[in-house]
Write a protein that binds this ligand. Structure first.
Ligand code: ZN
Length: 471
């Protein structure tokens, strides 16, 4: 578009006045006017009835209770009393760790080529966008290849924030080498997931510094490191501490110099507090935090906690992997489930910054969908409709903005207000009363949705452009 205009300019200068006037008319910025909508603005616990919203190019230009006029070419959308709200944001996704019906989880990904991984990642990206998630944040393995093409308009997808390769110590949550590869110890070279740049092994501050810088070089907006044991990984016990203080600080030093943040995978008090002390601002999981002081520390530091809520549910034990008594995963999940009541009471009482993230990883397409919808139900059960909505919109918008001068999308996200990005969905019904209108489900194993769209979200706009319109 920009190149095209460069060539047009000298031509229009050479034109007659009347021809120039026609040219000017064509230069009117694209406008979309929503009328007859009730607004959830991402912040307030209410719907603003019968409002108007004017979008110009990719930005919300005006929000008003009284009628707005656009220019003569404005596209008018009559919301017919639907809810207009910010496009949703998922702060913890894994686009490059999708799977077919392969029960081998990470091993399944290890056996794929980039062609398969890329195709499935693109399919997953679309799945988010068409169900109303206009922004996602990838926590392991995305570099800016797909995003570049989405931004250029050659592919259709959500906005993507990305961490590049996730950084793990040898034997940590991101060490997905086979035992044969690990015993051969050829470092990063012989694990397929490492070779593909999805996860990277780093031991010692120098290697962590380099790993984070490599991610930044690949277009990452922030870095992510494993700071403690994980559930899906077979090799590391959930109680393990991962990363020395020097290694954690190496990551936050590299990210601070880019004016952005470090994120960690961490479940329990020790690993969370160590990461906070090292200046980490985004704690992924935290589901085994037991002490009020840890929650208060998250709050004091102004950090965000992004819990994967499905891990707290007994329903996860029906999963062929997580419920298998022969695998270490089952005992890990049971420990997390036991901590739920104490955890949710402390999270609500300390009123910490929570980000909404679903962490759907290595599941088949339909199972991913079922778990994703169930996560929303779990957030509703733990925090109620209003808070869940705030987490999915304005809170996550603030979390994305912590990428500072490195932020690929510097205007506001997750709110309906003047100057914010025009990422907008229309919803049949009032999500403050019923979140099933955004897809929330309370049964992880309900017949999964076959369609990527949600009937009660008939309209999705991203960056001022209509992605989906069934009005
Ligand atoms: Zn994750």
């Amino acid at each position: 578009m920009k190149t095209f205009r460069k060539f047009l300019l000298p031509l229009s200068l050479a034109c007659t006045f009347s021809a120039f006037a026609v040219d000017n008319e064509q230069e009117l910025p694209t406008q979309t006017l929503f009328r007859n909508v009730n607004i959830f603005n991402g912040v307030d616990n209410k719907l603003y009835q019968n409002h108007y919203v004017l979008v110009e190019k990719n930005i919300i230009k005006q929000v008003s209770a009284t009628e707005i006029q656009g220019h003569k070419n404005v596209v008018v959308i009559d919301g017919a009393g639907r809810t207009l709200m910010p496009g949703l944001i998922d702060a913890h996704v894994h686009l490059n760790l999708q799977n077919l019906d392969n029960p081998a989880a990470i091993d399944g990904v290890s056996n794929m080529t980039w062609e398969e991984i890329g195709a499935l990642a693109y399919d997953a990206a679309q799945e988010y966008l068409y169900s109303g998630f206009t922004t996602v944040r990838d926590l392991c393995g995305m570099h800016d290849g797909m995003r570049k093409h989405i931004e250029a308009g050659t592919l259709i997808g959500p906005r993507i924030y990305l961490a590049g390769a996730c950084i793990s110590q040898t034997s940590g949550h991101g060490d997905w080498r086979t035992n044969a590869q690990a015993l051969g110890d050829d470092g990063n070279k012989n694990g397929q997931v490492q070779k593909l740049g999805i996860s990277t092994l780093a031991d010692g501050a120098d290697e962590v510094l380099k790993a984070c810088r490599n991610s930044l070089a690949g277009g990452a907006d922030f870095c992510k490191m494993m700071a403690g044991g994980g559930v899906t990984s077979m090799r590391d016990p959930i109680h393990s501490i991962q990363g020395t203080m020097d290694e954690l600080r190496a990551m936050t030093t590299a990210t601070k110099q880019w004016d952005t943040i470090g994120a960690v995978h961490a479940y329990h008090d020790d690993s969370v507090n160590r990461a906070l002390d090292a200046g980490v601002m985004s704690i992924e999981h935290g589901n085994l935090m037991t002490e009020k002081s840890t929650f208060k520390n998250v709050k004091k530091k102004g950090a965000y906690l992004v819990p994967a809520m499905a891990g707290f549910s007994n329903q996860l034990l029906k999963h062929p992997q997580y419920g298998n008594p022969d695998l270490p995963l089952k005992a890990k999940v049971e420990q997390i489930i036991k901590n739920y009541e104490n955890w949710i009471a402390l999270a609500n009482a300390t009123d910490i910054n929570i980000g909404y993230g679903t962490d759907v990883v290595v599941s088949s397409k339909l199972a991913s969908r079922g778990i994703r919808d169930f996560q929303m139900g779990q957030f509703v059960e733990g925090f109620g409709n209003y808070k869940t909505l705030v987490y999915m919109t304005s809170n996550n918008g603030k979390l994305m903005a912590l990428t500072g001068k490195n932020n690929p999308y510097p205007s506001k996200l997750g709110v309906i207000e003047e100057g914010a990005y025009a990422d907008i969905i229309l919803v049949d019904g009032n999500p403050l009363k019923d979140l099933s209108v955004l897809g929330a489900s309370f049964d992880m194993w309900a017949t999964p949705r076959e369609e990527r769209t949600i009937k009660t979200i008939p309209f999705v706009m991203k960056d001022g452009k209509i992605v989906y319109n069934k009005l």
